[in-house]
Design a protein around this ligand. Sequence first.
Ligand SMILES: [Zn+2]
Ligand SMILES: [Zn+2]
Ligand SMILES: [Zn+2]
Ligand SMILES: [Zn+2]
Ligand SMILES: [Zn+2]
Ligand SMILES: [Zn+2]
Ligand SMILES: [Zn+2]
Length: 408
Amino acid sequence: MENNSYPYDELLVNKDVDSDYCCPLCTLLLSVNLQCREGHVFCVSCWNKQLENKKECVMCRCEVKSIACLSKNRFLEKEIRKLNIYCPNRFLKDKDCNDCLIEDENGCKSIITIDQIDSHLKSCLYNYVNCSNPGCGEEHRANTVGEHEKVCKYQIVSCLLCNDNNIQRKDLKYHYDCICSKTKTHCKCCSTLIERGQLPQHMAEECGNVLIPCRYKDGGCDKYIPRCELSKHLIEEDNHHKYILNIIEQHKSRMDQLASSINSMKLNFENQNRYSGKWIISNWSEKLQQFPAKKFLPLSFNLSPMKPFSIRLYPNGTNAMWGNITISLVKEFIIESKIKFSFEIENVDLSKSEEQVKVDTFKCLNDSWSLQFFGTYDSNNGFIRDNSITINFTIIVEKCYENCFITE
Ligand SMILES: [Zn+2]
Ligand SMILES: [Zn+2]
Ligand SMILES: [Zn+2]
Ligand SMILES: [Zn+2]
Ligand SMILES: [Zn+2]
Ligand SMILES: [Zn+2]
Ligand SMILES: [Zn+2]
């Protein structure tokens, strides 16, 4: 089916057309014609109407089974396509009124034949096209759409002040009035004209009319004063020396807190490598009987989760020759460590307690060092009380060789 969507009858330059060029039924121009085998010519829509009604030609009644059985009158078609018409773009686009074309003084002035219409419209400068600005949707003739796009309210434009280059023309005024950081605006407090972007800083640091808290707020002055009157207020308000003292006190106590937290940090650090304890052993006279030389009383403790130790107390020494009290420290972890340790047998009179100190390197697992006490320890000289002996001990890991590498 050929393109028949243009109102050719309306577009004709010379409306006075030979009646042979018109459909005998509807009198419209036969821009597309169909004929029966006897040569009776009607337009497509009149044939369609007729065949819905009866499968025959309305003139000669010959049978027409369907529209496909009809043929074209090529000669007639050729003649009609030579007729002069106005370009459809000569008229205003009016979708509500297809039958009444209104001439547009800015429209296309070309006169063409029906045959030329498709090729002409491909390049006619008066075709309607859409504005390319997103959101606009307006239609303009191809030769004027450029002008429209330049003033279109949906065109993307730049703010000349702040260089924001993604503003639609319609939003530009709002941008200047309410958003642009470079437009000047009055400070609400002092009415100074100032760039909008500078306003927060102006309020926070400069504006003399902004109410600010007194400098000695933390010391107890709860007054709010316009910034420009602060120095006057500081002179006039009598209690300020009191407020200043309050602030000094606050600072002092903060310093004390700081110092004490530093101390406790130090202590914590030392405690990680230090252990002291008191070991009270009751029924001492029985222990002397039960633990002959080489037999010991054990005590286990952890200096830290990774540093287990034990102490062995030999009431009658580590061999039969020497019957004196001997105390050993056993390092029950692998890492080689330099350890300072002390054992003290406590006396009722603490100044008479007997202490021994040793610093040594403990190498492998269960490595141990001993300290021997050669005195006499009994209830007469204050070392044994209620048949109990008390051992005080301190272990300090001075160096811990977490990684030890040996090349032989
Ligand atoms: Zn017709
Ligand atoms: Zn016929
Ligand atoms: Zn045209
Ligand atoms: Zn537009
Ligand atoms: Zn701007
Ligand atoms: Zn201001
Ligand atoms: Zn004040």
